[in-house]
Design a protein around this ligand. Structure first.
Ligand code: FAD
Ligand code: SF4
Length: 531
């Protein structure tokens, strides 16, 4: 039997679904969110376990965790694995919490560089929502960055650079390269009734005190206080439609795996760049035989994830990278924009990261270079720990229709819903960009005084999931319009990284949050169209 109709049903409780729910609830809408995972008790985070470092090999991967709330994510092409969390707060539970913004140029890559497509919105249109999302989430950082548009004072001061940041800062200065202290969704002072970070550095395994700004400790408590309803252990199988082709609600499995119907005036999907196309493709009907909102055939296509490789510089002095919050210490966008002399289009960001503890170093660190066993072990270990500065090269991944999410013909989740398969191959542009990034990264570490440099292979694991229901003005070339509203179904909205037209070379979550708040405004402003 259908449950009482709500104004808006939101699917997924990560940073995107949480932001939409909070904003619409603030306006006075009756909002229900369905989340397949559950609240995670902080005392049960892997960061609280003595073997926490071993969890770095398993905790991020749904196929390894294999919990009932997870769904299998099959891979193809060069892709080795997809990382995500299925819980209240979504993948923010274990994100690193680096919180940069897109540049204005990122919204205009077709006009500027003749590649991919322009977004139908500009940085200026999104800017107030970036500010709002920063305030809601709680961000640390330093205003005044000369290479980015001015932004409001960060809600809390920057995280300390430490000896690691100061050392690499001197390296940047020596080369005359631009760099700036990183924005992070980690609060350096108590904020919004949450305590300041205590610098123990296990952030990606779950912050035990709530200083990392994850959706479960930021948006959700405020939204629930205002009257939003969050139903956990509720896995949506498909979007239902009426005879006129409007979304009428959803069918979902409750915590007893019984199918339920929830009707709504508006449906918002926020299941991330893999979960969202999966749900759209699984929502087949007479009116939408290829999956809902898929008249363009582009649902699932143009999957993007950032081109990534990394370096570790080993220093004679201790860098203490294991002490302090993760996020990023500093960033350089010296090579962000296209320079035709480099032989590739668009560019990359250098993220200066921190490290984990000794076990992580022994097992290979971020470059995958394990410390040898046997006679050499102690000597190499003493050399590396805690003497490393990690540098991540993160490049813009251009959209390519062959990189895609589709339904696996055989594999299903614990409720019997077909699983997604993600197929991905790095393009030539990515490989040229990463080659350049690794060369420049080496120069940076040498200028910073490194005695030995390790480099990784190109990373082909996906944690930034984007592009699979892209935004645009042309219904033939995109799935949603400038307000995250699907071209085909006027009361169906897609609000997460799926809607990204391009990927930029920065982490996606602050842009996902900003888009979600803006989409909520659009939904509310058009409420006279709700039936
Ligand atoms: C290891 C790691 C590090 C990262 N570091 C950073 C970083 O430093 N900075 C940054 O910006 N980003 C980072 N990210 C990415 C960031 O976590 C995501 O961009 C962000 O969480 C996306 O938010 P979302 O709400 O769109 O999706 P998610 O957070 O993935 O939430 C989607 C939710 O939808 C639920 N769901 C899915 N399908 C269904 C269904 N059918 N029914 C009901 N519920 C469903 C899921 O259970 C999940 O809770 C990182 C990711 C990983 C894995
Ligand atoms: S370092 Fe700070 S943000 Fe990270 S887990 Fe510890 S308290 Fe949380």
């Amino acid at each position: 039997m259908a449950e009482e109709r709500v104004d808006v049903v939101v699917i997924g409780s990560g940073p995107a679904g949480a932001a939409v729910t909070k904003r619409l609830t603030d306006f006075g809408a009756k909002v229900l969110c369905l989340e397949q995972g559950d609240w995670i008790n902080r005392a049960e985070f892997p960061s609280e376990r003595p073997d926490w470092e071993t969890q770095l090999k398993t905790y991020f991967y749904p196929n390894v965790r294999n919990l009932p709330e997870d769904y299998p994510v099959m891979t193809g092409g060069q892709l080795k694995a997809v990382q995500m969390a299925n819980a209240v707060g979504g993948t923010s539970i274990h994100y690193t919490a680096h919180f940069p913004r897109f540049h204005p140029s990122d919204f205009r890559v077709r006009s500027l560089d003749g590649v991919a497509d322009d977004w139908p919105i500009s940085y200026a249109e999104l800017e107030p929502y970036y500010d709002m999302n920063d305030r809601e989430m709680g961000v640390s950082g330093l205003s005044g960055d000369p290479q980015n548009p001015p932004r409001i004072a960060r809600p809390t001061p920057p995280l300390p650079l430490g000896v690691l940041g100061e050392t690499v800062g001197r390296g940047f200065n020596k080369l005359g390269w631009y760099w700036w202290v990183a924005d992070n969704a980690i609060i350096s002072r108590s904020y919004d009734e949450r305590p300041a970070c205590m610098w123990h550095g296990k952030c990606t395994l779950g912050c035990p005190i709530g200083s990392k700004s994850t959706a479960d400790v930021t948006y959700w408590p405020k939204a629930l206080k205002k009257g939003a309803v969050l139903k956990t252990r509720s896995r949506v199988r498909e979007i239902t439609v009426d005879a006129k082709g409007r979304a009428s609600g959803v069918l979902y499995y409750d915590r007893n795996n019984q199918i339920q119907e929830q009707t709504a005036r508006v449906v918002v999907i926020s299941c991330n760049g893999v979960g969202t196309p999966r749900l759209l493709l699984n929502s087949k009907s007479k009116l939408f035989p290829q999956g809902i909102a898929n008249s363009s055939g582009l649902v699932g296509k143009n999957f993007m994830m950032h081109a990534t490789a990394s370096l570790e510089g080993i220093f004679d002095k201790s860098m203490d990278g294991h002490l302090g919050a993760r996020g990023a210490v500093a960033c350089s966008q010296q090579f962000y924009e296209t320079d035709p002399n480099r032989g590739f289009v668009r560019g990359y960001t250098f993220q200066i990261a921190r490290t984990y503890g000794p076990l992580h170093h022994a097992l290979g660190g971020i470059t995958g270079s394990p410390v040898p066993w046997g006679a050499e072990h102690h000597r190499v270990m003493r050399k590396r720990f805690p003497h490393v500065i990690p540098v991540i090269v993160q490049g813009e991944d251009l959209p390519n229709e062959n990189n895609r999410v589709e339904l696996d013909p055989a594999v299903k989740d614990s409720s019997g819903v077909p699983a997604p398969r993600v197929i991905y191959k790095n393009g030539d542009n990515n490989l040229k960009m990463l080659r350049h990034g690794l060369q420049m990264g080496r120069m940076l570490l040498e200028a910073s005084g490194s005695s030995e440099i390790l480099t990784s292979r190109v990373v082909v694991e996906a944690s930034h999931l984007m592009g699979t229901a892209r935004m645009g003005n042309d219904p033939k070339r995109s799935v949603v319009n400038a307000w995250n509203q699907t071209h085909d179904v006027p009361n169906l909205f897609i609000v997460d990284g799926s809607s990204f037209t391009t990927s930029s070379s920065v982490n996606p979550t602050s842009t996902i949050g900003a888009l979600a708040l803006r989409a909520a405004d659009g939904i509310w402003e058009r409420r006279q169209n709700w039936s």
